[in-house]
Design a protein around this ligand. Sequence first.
Ligand SMILES: Cc1cc2nc3c(=O)[nH]c(=O)nc-3n(C[C@H](O)[C@H](O)[C@H](O)COP(=O)(O)O)c2cc1C
Length: 197
Amino acid sequence: MSNPLPLVTPAAFRKIMGLFATGVTVVAASEGDEIHGMTANAVTSVSLEPLLVLICVDIRARMNRFLESAGGFSINVLSEDQEALSRYFAGSWKSEGPPEFRFLPWTGGPRLVGCLAAVGCEIDRTIEAGDHRIVLGRVMALHEGDASSRPLLFFGGRYRRLEELEAPVPPEEWSHEAVHIYYDEWSGSSRQTSEEP
Ligand SMILES: Cc1cc2nc3c(=O)[nH]c(=O)nc-3n(C[C@H](O)[C@H](O)[C@H](O)COP(=O)(O)O)c2cc1C
């Protein structure tokens, strides 16, 4: 039997939404010589025409000041060997001294070296949403890192890794048709697996 429905509280909401597996990013912006990074997984692609992404930023985060003065930001998708950077930019790094990292000057915001992918944005607009601020970014630059890297994942309040990489490789061109073929391959293969004895 499944667990009874939890009461609708912030803690239960957090737990339930934590079952939505995501990647992990570091959002970065600079003010003069100072670079600020913040670990974020409330990151979504929004629109293809125009190209828009969004991030959700806690109104208490120091990141807000940097976003306001920079007018842009980068979203750096972390690879599985960058968990230490995620902890560091989330303020939960316990070791002495920061982990090693390097940012390169880039469009929108500084780009984190070694990330899986990056998106550079100019801020389109911000929307106040409860205790967070939705920041919509116009996509100005794209970067693909080492194709053999695997993503860092976050699920159930813990960092995770992909167990296997033998799944169908995403097509080069993410046309609508290609995306459908990709999903069909996925659902086809999972159907086959579940029908096996
Ligand atoms: C996996 C993970 C995802 C997170 N996602 C977000 C997010 O999307 N938005 C946010 O405001 N904080 C998020 N946080 C929390 C911030 O990283 C953390 O509060 C950080 O210290 C805020 O940075 P700042 O105050 O130095 O700008 C996340 C933390 C973790 C570990």
